[in-house]
Design a protein around this ligand. Structure first.
Ligand SMILES: [Zn+2]
Length: 176
């Protein structure tokens, strides 16, 4: 059961909603409420040295854990617009050269008593002035991590861990 605290039908107030993995159904009226995954974006921001920008989460869920810059896509936004907005909000810089990398699923995004499921869309990108990066909003601070120093166990979410691991596995080998 995804969110067992949802007990009363929001349409008719009947108690005892029927829960499935994807939705709740009211036994008294026609209401069916679906919990489709929320769309989220994250960025693998690379500097000229090939290091990856890792952020430290300022708030729950997973306060203090490693993360990538990003967040939820707002209604009406494209994933690219959301990524540019989130980078501006969290780092104070404009990202560029966005290249879609792939996606991963997060089934356990807990926030204030509700469990959300998300589909995280990952982009590789660069930033023109890395020295101007200033953590704000949901980011406590940020650090550049070289691929050989990446500690995947420090990431708060499995989806982000998978995205970083996949990137590291697929990147071109450094010249000998
Ligand atoms: Zn109802």
């Amino acid at each position: 059961m995804l969110n067992p605290q949802l007990t009363y039908c929001p349409a008719c107030g009947t108690r005892g909603l029927l829960h499935t993995a994807k939705h709740v159904q009211c036994p008294a009226c026609d209401l069916e409420l679906y919990f489709n995954p929320g769309t989220a974006v994250c960025a693998l921001i690379l500097n000229p040295q090939g290091e990856i920008l890792v952020t430290i989460r300022a708030h729950d869920p997973k306060q203090g854990a490693w993360d990538l810059p990003g967040g939820f896509v707002d209604p009406g936004e494209t994933a690219e617009q959301a990524m540019i907005r989130e980078a501006q909000e969290e780092l104070g810089v404009a990202i560029q050269d966005l290249k879609y990398l792939g996606s991963a699923s997060n089934l356990l995004y807990h926030y204030k008593g509700i469990t959300y499921q998300t589909t995280d869309l990952a982009f590789a990108c660069t930033v023109e002035h890395p020295e101007r990066i200033q953590a704000a909003d949901d980011v406590q601070h940020s650090l550049w991590v070289a691929p050989e120093n990446m500690d995947l166990t420090l990431f708060g979410f499995d989806s982000i861990r998978q995205i970083v691991a996949r990137y590291l596995d697929n990147r071109p080998s450094p010249c000998p």
